[in-house]
Design a binder for this molecule. Structure first.
Ligand SMILES: Nc1ncnc2c1ncn2[C@@H]1O[C@H](COP(=O)(O)OP(=O)(O)OP(=O)(O)O)[C@@H](O)[C@H]1O
Length: 336
């Protein structure tokens, strides 16, 4: 993995200062930032600058755990402890022992899972499911969320005692639109990476293109910029970066502040703006992505990744809008 953190001396300077302060300690850090803003990148940076750097860094997506399996996920299980437990399984805490456990999207944990987590954080010991022995664990916790956990505490969706445990050293990660000064360096970085990955010559974005990128509001943050740059490289076919087409409908849709009814002469709606029905824009965006990927839906370089959505969401939209995969020859990736 490429661990370079772009913007560490500009838009992320304050964040990185906090990283440098907290890294050498064993304090629990809570990273707050929007989806795709780089929370995992920051968590890894803390781990890599910590005395635990040569031990494991385990990332768990708290939103993806089935409530039935939470005990087994957290604490592991002994062989035969329940139907289907064919062997011993180590839980998150044992796998991260001596190192760092990164609890991504901690706000998505069910209340039952929060209670289990709190217990192991308080006691520092655990029992595997079906196990008698108490096991000591030594784990540094870094948590992340895109939610406002203190609001969740007020709404009784997040346990207050767990909140105090995880909010020991809060780190705020600004969204990409709050640090537009980093867009140029990030765009360059992702353009270089895309060129390498696709076997195309590296082309730097022009200053006009950077201005265009800076005008967009980046709801998907750095991850979205990465996808846009990769798509621009593919669409430009090694001759140019086709950023306009790559931003495409999302960029046009990102100009929401046109007043619909306004009698003020200065702010009159530009009647020449072309507005298409949203469904048409969605369909053409999906079709374009499928053309570029030859009908490949999921995985690296697939249409879902170009569109920055989950492959299942793409499949369901294709069903909804009756977009047929057979129009894209050479594809082996079936619709369902
Ligand atoms: N400052 C940065 N420099 C270089 N690459 C970055 C930076 N920030 C994010 N990235 C890249 O952007 C992508 C998204 O970052 P990351 O997964 O850390 O975001 P996240 O906030 O954890 O996302 P999510 O909310 O979905 O869990 C990754 O590919 C990451 O490598």
């Amino acid at each position: 993995m490429d661990n370079q953190i772009i913007g560490s001396s500009h838009g992320l300077a304050q964040t990185m200062e906090q990283v440098n302060i907290v890294a050498p300690s064993d304090l629990t850090a809570l990273i707050r930032g929007e989806t795709g803003s780089g929370k995992e990148v920051v968590a890894r940076a803390i781990h890599e600058q910590s005395p635990r750097a040569d031990k494991a860094f385990i990332r768990v997506n708290c939103g993806a755990i089935s409530p039935d399996l939470i005990d087994s996920e957290l604490f592991g299980h002994e062989k035969g402890s329940f139907t289907g437990a064919a062997g011993v399984k180590l839980g998150w805490f044992e796998r991260a022992d001596g190192g760092t456990l990164f609890l991504d999207e901690i706000g998505e944990l069910s209340l039952a899972a929060q209670t289990r987590l709190l217990r192991v954080l308080q006691e520092g010991t655990l029992n595997r499911v079906g196990g008698e022995r108490e096991i000591n664990v030594n784990v540094r916790i870094i948590a992340a969320t895109h939610r406002n956990l203190s609001d969740m505490v007020n709404e009784k969706l997040f346990r207050e005692d767990l909140w105090y445990r995880v909010n020991v050293f809060p780190i705020y990660l600004p969204s990409l639109r709050e640090r537009k000064q980093d867009i140029s360096a990030l765009a360059n970085h992702f353009s270089e990476r895309a060129a390498k990955k696709l076997g195309l010559p590296y082309i730097a974005p022009t200053s006009n293109q950077v201005t265009t990128l800076q005008a967009y509001h980046w709801p998907g943050n750095v991850r979205e910029l990465q996808v846009v740059m990769e798509r621009a490289a593919i669409l430009g076919q090694g001759k140019q970066l086709d950023i306009e087409s790559s931003l495409g409908p999302s960029f046009k849709m990102a100009v929401p502040s046109i007043p619909i009814e306004n009698n003020n002469e200065e702010n009159k709606l530009d009647k020449n703006v072309s507005i298409e029905p949203l469904e048409k824009t969605i369909v053409s965006s999906i079709n374009n992505a499928l053309k570029v990927t030859n009908g490949k839906i999921s995985g690296e370089g697939g249409a879902a990744s170009l569109l920055n959505i989950n492959p299942n969401t793409l499949r369901s939209k294709m069903r909804k809008y009756q977009i047929e995969i057979k129009y894209f020859p050479g594809n082996s990736n079936l619709l369902s």
